[in-house]
Ligand binder design. Structure first.
Ligand code: SAH
Length: 469
């Protein structure tokens, strides 16, 4: 399919329900931060819940936990975690999924403009063609947030063009749901169900299904599958290692035992406070994660760096997706879009954000914790596999979207009969935000795209780069 033809066939018009949000969006580009900001202080109750949960884990273990475990808990605990049920519901004046969006804590590309989900949809259609236009297809999205990307993807590819019709048919041809959403937060699930409510009735009622984790998504060894992860990998926990003199240590989180303990049974028990500590010696994650990561570096870099983050969770997800791609007779692909780096930054990137600001304290309760994605780690993990999918990128989001024709799509939408001045302005603004560099507060350079492709067993040779790369 010629890309231009496909572009011009993309489904109907300007999505009016989405556009008004555009102008209210912003992000801390000046601080090198792509994801953003919190709408206010979490409640005292929520902070106390999270503190007590972390305290419980440390006491249960009988000693400090790794920073990665702290980060996982702080983000996903149902007791006060950033993506936990409570916070998602209560922040920014309520409403399911309000952590993300114009009124919420941060804003993401799919929320900025419908163009983003449309371009990802177009990418999926072209990859499906690269896989030989199979009759059955599964789409898996990891961490779909408010479900906007998937809603735009499904809406725009439901246009009457024959190619799109066959793509959509393939999603409905299997004996199981064709669209699988992996979401840990019950409140985000509700937001997704509402964004995708069109697909919950009638013939389409079995199109979408939810899962807690990737391992729960059905795998039959046959159905070609496309995985999408947008701003998902940066939310996965990182281990943090520091080199002191000649020896590596790991950052751990412990209870602050400098707090006085009273023998008076009537005394008010203070809220637990936490401190960061260096491990006194080697930790299991140093053997499992740090040393293999260091070995993959060239000797000069290895000698120079004194700080490094490694996400075991990113490795697990990369391996799980790649193994699934390699094990499926029908092949498949994955698209990761996130902020991150290809060369080690040589310093920690993990940050805590609240109330639109970077916090000094990574352990400040109920903040959003996020780390840049180490794309070179993903590449090296995949390339070590015996039947490795082909890796493309990372390339800038700007290049990815431009080569998919986002400019033509924006132009076509601007020519929609009856488009209001406000809609047109929002469209242009959204386009600039998605492809522009940091100088115009854009996300085009900070965000990067990486793809994995495994051709079906029946195809000869290794996959070439997919469209857009
Ligand atoms: N992709 C969306 C949302 C990004 S925020 C967008 O671009 O707007 C991260 C999303 O991942 C949220 O939906 C969050 O609830 C989900 N998430 C975070 N950690 C997760 C985990 N370990 N397993 C499943 N979902 C997770």
């Amino acid at each position: 399919m010629a890309l231009l033809r496909a572009l011009s066939a993309l489904g109907a018009s300007v999505s009016s329900s989405r556009l008004p949000a555009t102008r209210a969006c912003r992000f801390l580009a000046g601080a090198g931060l792509a994801r953003p900001f919190s709408s206010g202080e979490p409640s005292a109750e929520q902070q106390a819940d999270l503190r007590r949960h972390v305290e419980g884990i440390i006491k249960f273990r009988g000693g400090p936990i790794t920073f990665a475990e702290y980060m996982r808990t702080a983000l996903t605990s149902p007791m006060g975690g950033f993506y936990g049920d409570k916070y998602v519901n209560e922040s920014a004046g309520g409403g399911k999924g309000t952590v993300i969006g114009a009124r919420g804590d941060f804003v993401t590309s799919p929320e900025i403009s419908q163009l983003f989900g449309e371009m990802v949809g177009l990418w999926c259609v072209t990859v499906w063609q690269q896989l030989g236009s199979p009759e059955t297809l599964r789409l898996v999205e990891l961490g779909p947030g408010k479900g906007t990307l998937m809603a735009d993807l499904l809406r725009s590819t439901s246009a009457s063009s024959a190619v799109f019709q066959s793509f959509q048919k393939a999603l409905r041809n299997g004996s199981q749901a064709g669209v699988n959403l992996v979401e840990i937060s019950p409140a985000f699930r509700e937001a997704q169900a509402s964004a995708l409510s069109k697909y919950s009735t009638g013939e389409d009622s079995s199109l979408v299904e939810w899962h807690n984790a990737l391992q729960d998504v059905p795998e039959d060894g046959e159905t070609p599958t496309i995985y999408i992860a947008h701003e998902f990998l940066d939310a996965l926990p990182v281990h943090m290692f520091v080199k002191k003199s000649a020896a590596w240590t790991e950052l751990l989180v412990d209870l602050d035992d400098r707090k006085a303990v009273s023998l008076d049974p009537e005394a008010k028990v203070p809220d637990p406070e936490f401190v960061m500590k260096l491990s006194p010696g080697a930790t299991p994650s140093m053997k499992l994660l740090l040393h293999p990561r260091l070995e993959a570096l060239d000797e000069d870099t290895r000698g120079e760096i004194r700080e490094i983050e490694v996400s075991g969770s990113v490795i697990e997800h990369t391996l799980a997706v790649s193994n699934r791609l390699a094990a499926s007779k029908g092949g498949g692909a994955a698209l990761f879009i996130d902020y991150g780096y290809d060369d080690l930054p040589g310093k920690f990137t993990c940050r805590a954000i609240r109330d639109h600001k970077l916090l000094d304290d990574l352990l400040a309760p109920c903040a959003d914790l996020t780390a840049d994605v180490d794309f070179s780690l993903i590449r090296s993990v995949v390339e070590k596999m015996e039947r490795a999918p082909a890796v493309s990128g990372p390339i800038s989001q700007s290049r990815f979207l431009q080569s998919l024709g986002i400019g033509y799509r924006a132009q076509a939408l601007l020519e929609t009969p009856g488009i209001s001045e406000k809609q047109a302005e929002d469209l242009v603004e959204g386009y600039k935000r998605l492809v522009g560099g940091a100088d115009v507060d854009g996300m085009g350079e900070i965000y990067k795209a990486m793809a994995l492709v495994a051709l079906p067993e029946s195809a000869e040779g290794k996959a070439g780069p997919p469209v857009g790369f």
